[in-house]
Design a protein around this ligand. Structure first.
Ligand SMILES: *Cc1c(COP(=O)(O)O)cnc(C)c1O
Length: 410
């Protein structure tokens, strides 16, 4: 009894509720559709997933969209569909989530990192040219890495925080060296580049519907492509390599017959997840508008503090998955700022620990600190502020007041 009173008092004293770094937005539409899916008796991949794929492809403007159970699965299938395996190399940035490079390792290939641009934290196209000229042999039909002899096959461009990469420059480089382009668009659903939607800018584009992403199905992902052959291969590999999908097999008009063409994966998205996804997709424009508004409030409210604010380029539409700031104060470190925000019950996160600083990538590929100085310098100073559509203006003001309180120079 006394204990309860005591904790109630403590909670009462700290009147601020915890503001998380991210939270999903579900409404009655998702709930009703989920119940309808449950009551339809079709809970795994079926009619709702098909509709989700069609509506997603229409939103993006891509020929094909294949729903899978994560963006990691989409990235893995992208690399597999390109027939990338042992002896092959895929280029990406170290400033990404581990899935981007892990899937390359899963295929027996080697991820090679190229550093980022200091302004957008996206892959630096001029470094791609430098890296190929300095570290590779080009025989007029393919590019091999000096020393290892690994054959460069693809580049994975990561749209950091939701801002599209310099896709024209990356595509030009890839075309020059006969490479495929994969876009890790986990942050960038709804973004566009020079009037073209993310999802149509690369050979294969991979989206995430993880819990904290711009739209969510709990876990989920989507792969888009305009190549019919790659789409067919991705679809085949997404469900055991079975040549007819289960829905066709078990529906009344279907037949029991099937074949296993390849040892594929179990990466299909359920209709329960697609039920949620269908309505998240319809709400995406409103989610993005709210994210953009919060980002604008942050940008103006944080001006003048010892921070480097994210830069949004004028020729592309940013999806504002993250609002990353770099701390440049001489008095307070990034880690100290995170701690002080936490004391004020404000959640933050760090995107990303560069992959070349992780145990596995150091052990397996001999990386060390110093290898990718831009990624390292940014990583040392960066944190992501709370940003999600349900945040109120008061929540944003609370973050701004806390940031000013902690960071304002005397
Ligand atoms: C979240 C994320 C992924 C993985 O997405 P999942 O759907 O969780 O598999 C891949 N790449 C980046 C950059 C991400 O942020």
């Amino acid at each position: 009894m006394a204990k309860t009173e005591c904790s109630a008092t403590l909670e009462g004293r700290d009147s601020q509720p915890y503001l998380p770094f991210s939270a999903p937005s579900f409404g009655p539409q998702e709930k009703a559709e989920l119940i309808a899916a449950l009551e339809s008796d079709w809970v795994t991949t079926g009619p709702r997933t098909k509709r989700f794929e069609e509506e997603f492809a229409a939103m993006v403007g891509s020929q094909h969209a294949i729903a899978v159970n994560s963006c990691t699965a989409a990235l893995h299938l992208a690399v597999r569909a390109l027939n990338i395996g042992p002896g092959d190399v895929v280029i990406t940035t170290p400033f990404t989530f581990c899935a981007t490079a892990n899937v390359v390792v899963h295929c027996g290939a080697t991820p090679v990192f190229v550093d980022i641009l200091p302004g957008t934290y996206n892959l630096d196209p001029s470094r791609l040219w430098e890296w190929a000229a300095r570290g590779c042999h080009w025989n007029g039909s393919y590019l091999t890495v000096k020393g290892s002899g690994g054959r460069v096959r693809a580049v994975t461009a990561v749209d950091y925080a939701g801002q599209p990469c310099d896709m024209d420059e990356i595509n030009e480089w890839a075309q020059h060296y006969h490479l495929a382009v994969i876009e890790d668009a986990a942050h960038a659903v709804g973004a566009s580049y020079k009037g073209r939607s993310v999802g149509t800018l690369a050979d294969l584009s991979c989206f995430s519907f993880y819990a904290n992403k711009n739209m969510t199905t709990g876990e989920g992902g989507m792969l888009t492509t305009n190549h019919a052959g790659l789409a067919a291969q991705v679809r085949l590999l997404s469900l055991h390599g079975i040549s007819r999908d289960a829905w066709k097999r078990y529906a009344q008009e279907g037949s029991w017959q099937y074949d296993v063409e390849q040892p594929g994966y179990k990466y299909n998205l359920t209709d329960l997840a697609s039920a949620v996804g269908l309505h998240q997709l319809r709400k995406l424009p409103a989610f993005l508008a709210r994210r953009r508004m919060i980002a604008a409030k942050y940008s103006s409210g944080l001006a003048g503090l010892p921070l480097i604010l994210p830069s949004a380029l004028s020729d592309r539409v940013h999806a504002w998955h993250l609002f990353p700031v770099q701390v440049t104060s001489s008095r307070i470190s990034r880690n100290q700022l995170i701690k002080e925000l936490k004391q004020r019950r404000i959640g933050t996160s760090v995107h990303f620990l560069p992959l070349h600083l992780t145990t596995y990538y150091q052990r397996a590929f001999g990386h060390k600190r110093g290898d990718f100085p831009v990624s390292e310098e940014v990583y040392d100073r960066i944190l992501s502020l709370p940003l999600f559509p349900r945040m109120t203006d008061e929540d944003v003001d609370r973050v701004l007041a806390a940031m000013r309180d902690i960071l304002a120079e005397p």
